[in-house]
Ligand binder design. Sequence first.
Ligand SMILES: [Zn+2]
Length: 258
Amino acid sequence: MQHRRSSRAGVPRKRSMPAAMPARRCLVFHRLSGRYAFESCFSAPESQRNPFMTARLEVIVGPMFSGKTERLIARLHRAQYAKKRVRIIKPAHDTRTQGYIASRAVLPDGTTQVTDQLSAVMVHNEEDFWHVVHLNKFDVLAVDEAQFFPLDEPMRDSLGWFGRAIRRLLRERRDSSLRIIVAGLDMDFAEEPFGPIPGLLAIADSVEKLTGVCMICGSDAGYISHRLISDEKQLVVGDAGEYQVRCRSCYQPPRKHA
Ligand SMILES: [Zn+2]
């Protein structure tokens, strides 16, 4: 009896959980007993929290036609298959697809064809964002074309309202299995960092940087969306007719930015 008592000495007594607390369980390591045990995540001290139960930010970047949305949709299909609740948003500024995100293939004649799509909520501003986030529960938040969410004017930081909202959401739900997956262009047509994406890359847990096929030389090193039309504004929503994926060798910076 004595032996049994001493071997359990390091294991804290199970406390009854208030009804309001979610019954989520984490595998917690107890140093004194040298054993693992399932416990409520909320009762585990900071040092004993399960490192696998933490909110994550994944960012997928690359030029246009590099397969960012295709990769995003593949991750979402997988999450849905695992019975995760998925919420998808995109900036209302993107007028090419309203109410859904779509992966597209570029055909030999230069036109594009939708290969897969999922419904999305269009978000105009921060108020919209928090409304969608608080609507009902979700496990995965996906954001496509996030470069269209603007930075502050005058510039306050490299995150803008959208990046700060993502950071706040990660902090609020840090001890959960929340996944936020953001896809977008990391650079604009002039090789300038684009909107909140570079700031999000800095705070991300994982980053996937894709390349496309260079439309001039055919190499797989296409890293920028070269603009074919002469417009100096950063935000020009366009498609295969207005932009071309190019590698560093084939890219020509616009005169003002050369
Ligand atoms: Zn090239």
